[in-house]
Design a protein around this ligand. Structure first.
Ligand code: DOR
Length: 436
């Protein structure tokens, strides 16, 4: 989607979020950018006035990890439906994961997805695969894809099992200035595991996936970053052990970044006691100690970003028995509320820090910081998320914008509601309703 020229909009009466805190102010938006921020603004004639009373006016969110399913699984999601879900969730940009059918591993598929994204409600940055067909055998044409502006490469859904191949990929990535993003999962250790291996898997008699499946690959990859000096991003880290490994890598000065998901910050493997495939996800929901370690890592600045891993699946697929159902859960429309409940409500992080985890920092990792992720300042592109933390929203799967309904939060009342979302100055969500 290219920048749009929008008419004047005044976002009135909210608390504007900056890196250091919040302040009460009105925001005038026009021509796609923030024009002025003042304590009390006169609306220009003809301007649309959006009420932000009681709300935080924050930089719109940026998702590093969205499965839009197009091409190939349009029954689950499309670029259009996924981008609508993103806008309703307060996002102005998402990174589309390449585990589509065919995979996004060559120039033509990159162009196809970008063409679909031209009319999307939010900006869509396309990620490329690391290996052709995500088969883990041959590298994609990195230089050609980097030349098209692809910035992030990942075989997400699986990890790159072959260490020598990943070493070579890191060498290319270093030369080209692109980022590899790893889904840490050693296939031999994870094989057959339907949930986290721990006391709940033993009690339920369900085959488990050990924390070591994630941690062994993370340790290997950190060693490869040390060897090559190439920056790397780690997707959806989920264990206390991963937090320890990652903290040591950061202390050593390795050029690494990491994300966690809202579901790993809020749910545990105890949910699998229902045997409900809605709670089946990779990496699996972990134990209480892991959740606590992830929350601490968000609070102390170790973790860079919260990313959704929005993974739509058709209802029939998620109604299959646990062993046959695909892993994954929706995230875009609930991420902000779930992360708020996990981190801000219990006092682990400030609202400003939460928005930095969901917006500014992921924008930088995705290379989108010139147009997304704030700060909210005159002259900056107007990507705004107006969020009311005092509202509550009941999650009704059938009412979500996503084509799929596989949310683990179905029937729960969550804290906070996205009231308005502005993308390049255009109000794409007003009073909780998508405008097109
Ligand atoms: O649970 C997951 N589902 N984890 C992934 O890494 C991939 C995702 C999907 O594409 O469904």
């Amino acid at each position: 989607m290219s920048a749009r020229i929008a008419g004047a909009v005044v976002v009135r009466g909210g608390e504007v979020v900056s890196a250091t805190g919040t302040r009460r102010a009105d925001v005038l938006v026009g021509d796609g950018i923030v024009q002025t921020i003042e304590e009390s603004l006169e609306a220009p004639s003809g301007a649309l006035v959006l009420d932000a009373g009681g709300c935080l006016v924050a930089p719109a969110l940026v998702d590093l990890h969205t499965h839009l399913r197009e091409p190939g699984a349009e029954q689950a999601e499309t670029v259009e439906s996924g981008s609508r879900a993103a806008a309703l969730g307060g996002y102005s940009a998402v990174v589309a994961m390449p585990n589509t059918t065919p995979a996004i591993d060559c120039a033509s598929v990159v162009r196809d997805v970008r063409a679909l994204a031209e009319t999307a409600l939010v900006d869509v940055a396309v990620a490329g695969a690391i290996t052709v067909g995500r088969a883990g055998e041959r590298l994609v044409p990195f230089a050609e894809l980097a030349g098209l502006g692809v910035r992030l490469f990942t075989d997400d859904g699986t990890g790159v099992q072959d260490a020598a191949l990943l070493r070579r990929a890191l060498e290319y990535a270093g030369d080209l200035g692109v980022i590899l993003a790893e889904h840490c999962e050693d296939a031999s250790l994870a094989k057959g595991g339907l949930m986290h291996e721990g006391s709940w898997s033993s009690r339920l008699g369900v085959p488990g996936q050990p924390a070591l499946a994630e941690e062994a690959m993370l340790a290997r990859d950190l060693a490869l970053v040390r060897l090559t000096g190439t920056p790397m991003h780690f997707l959806h880290l989920s264990t206390a052990g991963s937090m320890r490994l990652f903290a040591a890598a950061r202390a050593e000065g390795l050029p690494v970044t990491a994300e966690v998901t809202p579901h790993h910050l809020s749910l545990t493997d105890a949910e699998l006691a229902s045997f409900d495939p809605l709670f089946k996800v990779n990496p699996p929901l972990r134990g209480e100690d892991d959740v606590a370690a992830l929350r601490r890592a968000c609070a102390d600045g170790l973790i860079d970003a919260i990313a959704t891993d929005h993974a739509p699946h058709p209802q029939e697929a998620k109604e299959a028995p646990l062993e046959d159902a695909p892993p994954g859960m929706l995230g875009l429309e609930t991420a902000l509320s779930v992360a708020w409940e996990a981190l801000v409500a219990p006092g682990h992080v400030s609202a400003a820090r939460l928005f930095s985890l969901l917006s500014g920092q992921p924008a930088r990792i995705a290379g989108l910081e010139s147009s997304h992720g704030g700060p909210i300042a005159p002259g900056r592109p107007a990507q705004l998320c107006v969020f009311d933390p005092a509202e509550r929203v009941l999650v009704e799967p059938e009412r979500l914008a996503s084509r799929s309904a596989n949310t683990p939060f179905a029937g729960r009342s969550l804290t906070g509601k996205v009231r308005h979302t502005l993308v390049h100055g255009e109000p794409v969500v007003i009073d909780g309703k998508a405008q097109r």
